[in-house]
Design a protein around this ligand. Structure first.
Ligand code: ZN
Length: 437
C-alpha cells in the first residue's frame, strides 16, 4: 500500500538535475481536484536514452498536493500508485497516459522514467534477503528441525507454477489437519519489491522455533494454530531481482497482453473489488485484474482462509514501507459498522503502535484502496485483519530497498506485536487500549 515520504528541498532539487522543464498554461476549466488551484503545470521531458536497459514505460510522477486523503484518493483513482506522501508532494508510479490525464485535469506535476529514477544495482550486502529458492530451503530446514510441531505445505501455486509455501506451527495438527485451537496467519510479500516483508515473518517463524522452551513461547505454541506464509507473490519477487538488480516491480506476473505485466494482488481480493483506489488499466501499478480473485495467488489465500475460517481469528499482512499499522476499511472512509469490533481493532492497533513505534490508523486515512487482503478477510469472514507497513518510515531512508540492516531493525520492532497478536487470537475482544491486554 502506501509509503509516505518526506521530500526535502535539497533532495527534490537533486531529482530535477539534468531534466529540462517545460511549463504549460493551465486549462482552468479542466481542474477538478480538491483543495488547490494550479495555475501552471510543469512537465519534465526526460533526456533521450540511446540504449534503454529494459522496456519499462512507467513514470515516476511527483505532484504538489494538499495533505488530505481526498486529494490523494483523486490521484490513485487515475491509476497512479502513490508511493510517497510528504513535504507538500505525493510521488508515485504511473504511465504516460496517466500523466496526460493529470495534465488535462490541470494538475501541476513532474514526471520522469521510472528506470532512471531507480537505477539501482543489487548490492552484495543484500544477500541476506531470501529469494524464492532460499526461502524454500529455510522453511524446509525449520520444518525438519522441529517436526513435532512445524509442518510445511503449499497452499497453491503462482502463475509460473511456483509453490506458495505455508509454515504451520501447531503441536497437535500438521499440514491440512483441522484444529480447534485459535488460529492466526502472518503473510508477506504480496507486493514483489517489498522484500523486507518476506524476512519479518520468516524471522518470526525462526524465533518461535528457537525459543520453544521459553515458558511464554511454549504456552503460545501449545495453545494456538499459527500459519506463516512469507511470500505470497514468488513470481513477482524473482522478476524484481531478475538480473541482479532491483526493478521496482510491484505486481505478480500475469501476462496482460501488449507487453503489460502483472496484477496488483492487494487490489484483487473480493470485498468491494473494483471500487476506488484500484485501476482497470493493465498498465497501472494498481491494476486490480479482470475480476475479483482472478489471480492464482489470491485464489490460494482465499482457499486457504476459507478452509480455516472457523478457527482463524487474526490475520497480519506485512507490506513495506512507511511504519504504519492499518486496519479496515481501505475501500471506504467510513469506519467498520460494528462498534464493538472497531473498539477491539483500535485497541489492538494502539497497543501494537506502543510496541513498534508505528502509526496506527484506518487504512483509508492514507488513501482509498479497494480489493485488499484485510478488507476481504474482515468483510467476508470477520477475521481481525491488519496491514503493517514496515520500516523505513520514508522513501529517503531506503524505501523498498532499505538494505541488510533493516531486516533486524524491522524484526526487533515487530516481534512483540506479533507475539501480542498470537496471544490475543483466542479472543480479540479482550483488547483494551489502556492497561490490561
Ligand atoms: Zn505493499
Amino acid at each position: 500500500m502506501g509509503l509516505p515520504v518526506k521530500i526535502t528541498p535539497a533532495k527534490a532539487a537533486a531529482l530535477l538535475i539534468g531534466l529540462p522543464l517545460i511549463s504549460l498554461a493551465a486549462p482552468d476549466n479542466f481542474f477538478d481536484g480538491p483543495g488547490q488551484t494550479p495555475s501552471s503545470h510543469q512537465v519534465q521531458i526526460p533526456k533521450a536514452r540511446s540504449k534503454p536497459i529494459i522496456e519499462d514505460p512507467r513514470l515516476w510522477i511527483t505532484i504538489p498536493l494538499p495533505n488530505n486523503k481526498e486529494a490523494r484518493s483523486a490521484i490513485v483513482n487515475l491509476g497512479i500508485a502513490i508511493e510517497d506522501v510528504g513535504g507538500g508532494n505525493v510521488g508515485g508510479v504511473g504511465t504516460p497516459r496517466m500523466a496526460e490525464e493529470l495534465r488535462q485535469r490541470g494538475y501541476s506535476f513532474t514526471a520522469m522514467p521510472l528506470r532512471e529514477r531507480f537505477a539501482l544495482d543489487f548490492p552484495a550486502e543484500d544477500s541476506i534477503y531470501h529469494n524464492y529458492e532460499r526461502l524454500d530451503k529455510a522453511l524446509e530446514s525449520l520444518a525438519s528441525s522441529a517436526p513435532d510441531f512445524v509442518s510445511k505445505f503449499p497452499i497453491g501455486q503462482s502463475h509460473e507454477k511456483k509453490n506458495i509455501w505455508a509454515l504451520r506451527l501447531n503441536t497437535t495438527a500438521a499440514h491440512g489437519q483441522k484444529s480447534e485451537k485459535p488460529g492466526i496467519v502472518f503473510m508477506g510479500t504480496h507486493h514483489a519489491r517489498e522484500h523486507l516483508s518476506t524476512e519479518v515473518p520468516l524471522l518470526l517463524a525462526q524465533y518461535l522455533v528457537e525459543n520453544k522452551q521459553k515458558p511464554n513461547i511454549a504456552k503460545l505454541l501449545n495453545t494456538r494454530d499459527i500459519y506463516i506464509i512469507p511470500m505470497v507473490n514468488p513470481d513477482g519477487v524473482e522478476w524484481d531481482i531478475r538480473d541482479g538488480s532491483y526493478h521496482m516491480h510491484r505486481k505478480n506476473k500475469r501476462a496482460n497482453g501488449r507487453g503489460s505485466i502483472g496484477v496488483d494482488l492487494n487490489r484483487n481480493y473480493g470485498h468491494e473489488w473494483g471500487q476506488g483506489g484500484s485501476s482497470p488499466d493493465p498498465d497501472s501499478d494498481i491494476y486490480r485484474g479482470p475480476e475479483a480473485f482472478s489471480e492464482p495467488e489470491t485464489q490460494a489465500i482465499k482457499n486457504f482462509i476459507e478452509q480455516r475460517k472457523d478457527n482463524i481469528k487474526i490475520l497480519l499482512s506485512f507490506h513495506a514501507f512507511s511504519e504504519l499499522i492499518l486496519y479496515p476499511w481501505g475501500h471506504s472512509y467510513d469506519p467498520i459498522a460494528d462498534s464493538k469490533a472497531l473498539g477491539a481493532y483500535e485497541a489492538m492497533a494502539k497497543n501494537m503502535a506502543g510496541m513498534n513505534g508505528y502509526t496506527d490508523q484506518q487504512s483509508s486515512e492514507l488513501y482509498i484502496a479497494s480489493g485488499d487482503t484485510t478488507d476481504w478477510a474482515w468483510g467476508a469472514h470477520n477475521i481481525f485483519s491488519f496491514t503493517f507497513e514496515l520500516t523505513p518510515k520514508n522513501f529517503w531512508d531506503g524505501g523498498f530497498y532499505p538494505g541488510a540492516a533493516a531486516v533486524q531493525t524491522a524484526f526487533h520492532a515487530n516481534i512483540r506485536p506479533a507475539l501480542y497478536l498470537i496471544d490475543i487470537a483466542d479472543n480479540p475482544y479482550r483488547a483494551k487500549a489502556h492497561g490490561g491486554i
